[in-house]
Design a binder for this molecule. Structure first.
Ligand SMILES: C[S@@+](CC[C@H](N)C(=O)[O-])C[C@H]1O[C@@H](n2cnc3c(N)ncnc32)[C@H](O)[C@@H]1O
Length: 233
């Protein structure tokens, strides 16, 4: 919708100033940026809308072979396709988040931890090194990420390909999630239904609407994240 409005603005302006082709893309991008600002879209959407069409024009000037675009699209689909449905894209826990999580995990040998949406397996790789006594698992729905993380972790973690919503949480002492605001209410319901009393649900940065955590750890990382911790009753 933003770009449709911006396109109308660009076409209307073109009647008066007769801009050259890349110039039209710049006007389109600028209009989309202003509309995003006026519509109070989140900051990253303002930047995406501002830069999207100008970057298309710029990429065209570079005369990149079409096969590279196809390869980029294939990689994007293999790693991010699920995000269209789940609204959870790939981004990685920071070093600070990994260190703080390691610090606050109970010193109980054999503790079972599941990373729901384990991505490239970075968090599990860190824990496997720092706490070899843990039983580590991950569940990941993006095929390429699952494959890469399996190769990376080998036998150090049990990483399954599948959907977190089809995964039974009852055997885990700790469930770690770094997802997005979208699934948090549903995930909270699932943890309450399935996790045993005394177990921990830890969310990196994303709150459960209307349910304050039992503890909170500021991360002071790039995302200004925090670990939100709930003890199940
Ligand atoms: C933000 S990344 C977090 C990666 C990793 N846990 C970390 O902290 O570095 C979220 C991951 O969840 C995965 N994901 C999203 N919805 C999922 C679902 N329903 N089942 C399994 N994985 C899912 C995405 O593919 C993505 O890799």
């Amino acid at each position: 919708m933003v770009h449709l409005c911006a396109w109308i603005v660009a076409v209307a302006l073109a009647q008066f100033i007769e801009p050259f082709w890349p110039g039209l893309l710049l006007i389109q991008g600028f209009a989309a940026g202003i509309i995003s600002l006026l519509a109070r879209l989140p900051v990253w959407w303002r930047w995406i809308n501002l830069l999207f069409f100008p970057l298309i024009g710029f990429a065209q000037q570079l005369a990149i072979a079409p096969a590279w675009y196809l390869l980029a699209l294939a990689l994007l689909l293999l790693t991010q396709f699920g995000a269209l449905r789940s609204r959870v894209p790939l981004y990685l826990s920071s070093q600070r988040a990994k260190a703080e999580l390691t610090r606050l995990l109970p010193a109980q040998p054999g503790l079972q931890l599941l990373d729901v949406g384990s991505g490239l397996g970075g968090l599990l790789a860190h824990l496997a090194q720092a706490r070899p006594d843990l039983k580590l698992s991950g569940i990941e729905s993006a095929p390429l990420l699952w494959l890469l993380s399996r190769l990376r972790l080998g036998r150090r973690a049990d990483i399954r390909f599948g959907d977190l919503w089809q995964t039974d949480l009852s055997s885990y002492d700790v469930v770690y999630a770094f997802l997005s605001p979208e699934p948090m209410a549903r995930l909270w319901d699932k943890t309450r239904r399935e996790m045993k009393p005394g177990s921990l649900f830890i969310s990196n940065s994303f709150a459960v609407p209307g349910v304050p955590p039992d503890a909170e750890v500021e991360l002071d990382d790039l995302h200004r994240g925090r670990l939100l911790i709930w003890r199940l009753s």
